[in-house]
Ligand binder design. Structure first.
Ligand SMILES: Nc1ncnc2c1ncn2[C@@H]1O[C@H](COP(=O)(O)OP(=O)(O)OP(=O)(O)O)[C@@H](O)[C@H]1O
Ligand SMILES: [Mg+2]
Length: 267
């Protein structure tokens, strides 16, 4: 798996402009309630939080606590029942359809809990899809997709369809797709949930490189406290749709990673 060192200069500078902004995300009294017949499910129930540019945040909580629902709201894939989400100062609810799709294309990259790869397309076509929407020309798309797949160790599978890949390989393809436009904000829902621990660590080291070297802000949902302790700077805990904890990571594992991002033996 390669590192960011070989990236073209334009890629290396793309996210630096945003580092002057302090808060990339600001959510206020965010609610997402689902009505199911007579009952109302309060999936997200009054969450206020802010995330600074360049942060690496782990969103923790038991199954059903509202983690994916929060992430979908931050990604602009769902609208809050009430409350607001601002990303880089822009209220997502006030964006037009076109602005919202541009936001999803350029600002945010998302790795879903279920990979959401398109079954009829090859892995390479899936990965280059965001660039097709961004009207990047074909030759460049091919080269960047190839490079993104090499980064996640999937170059040999690029002409396969998702159904021919293992769960972990599909997750890696989904990560390559999320990163291809070099978003300023990466929202990842259990990005290592289907991976063996070695591949999981490789993926997380890659995400950390993007975070540390390009200043990409990361919000990652995980069930695994150990993974959060190793990579995230901050933990946000959800329970029953409410924010019940917000702590900085003081673990020594993270400090080691911060100062030595490319430590041999961690890869
Ligand atoms: N489209 C929907 N319609 C109705 N209820 C929903 C919908 N999506 C989620 N919910 C409910 O909202 C709550 C929060 O769901 P969410 O998917 O955000 O949980 P989660 O923390 O991501 O859980 P997991 O760790 O299992 O992925 C759950 O009780 C879920 O059943
Ligand atoms: Mg979920």
């Amino acid at each position: 798996m390669s590192t960011l060192q070989g990236q073209p200069a334009e890629i290396a500078t793309k996210t630096t402009a945003s580092t002057v902004t302090t808060d990339v995300i600001r959510a206020e009294e965010l609610r997402r309630h689902y009505r199911m017949g007579e009952t109302v499910i309060r999936a997200v129930d009054g969450v206020s939080l802010s995330v600074r540019t360049g942060d690496f945040v782990a969103l923790l909580g038991s199954s059903g606590s509202g983690k994916s629902s929060v992430l979908n709201l931050l990604a602009g894939l769902d609208r809050p029942t009430s409350g607001s989400v601002k990303v880089q100062g822009r209220d997502l609810a006030k964006l037009s359809r076109e602005e919202l799709s541009r936001y999803r294309l350029h600002t945010v990259g998302m790795v879903f809990q279920s990979f959401n790869l398109i079954a009829s397309m090859t892995v390479a076509e899936n990965v280059e899809l965001p660039m097709r929407f961004a009207e990047v020309d074909r030759g460049r798309r091919d080269a960047l997709a190839r490079e993104a797949l090499a980064r996640v160790g999937l170059q040999a599978r690029m002409n396969h369809r998702p159904s021919e890949l293992s769960g972990g390989e599909q997750q890696r393809a989904a990560l390559a797709r999320a990163l291809i436009n070099l978003p300023q904000l990466l929202l990842a829902d259990e990005p290592t949930g289907n991976l063996d621990s070695h591949t999981g660590i490789e993926i997380m080291n890659l995400v950390r490189e993007f975070n540390q070297q390009l200043g990409m802000t990361v919000v990652m949902v995980t069930h695994e406290r150990a993974l959060a302790e190793r990579y995230a700077q901050r933990f946000i805990f959800l329970a029953d749709g409410k924010l019940v904890g917000d702590e900085m990571n003081s673990s020594s594992a993270l400090r080691l990673g911060e100062h030595r991002p490319g430590v041999e033996g961690e890869r």
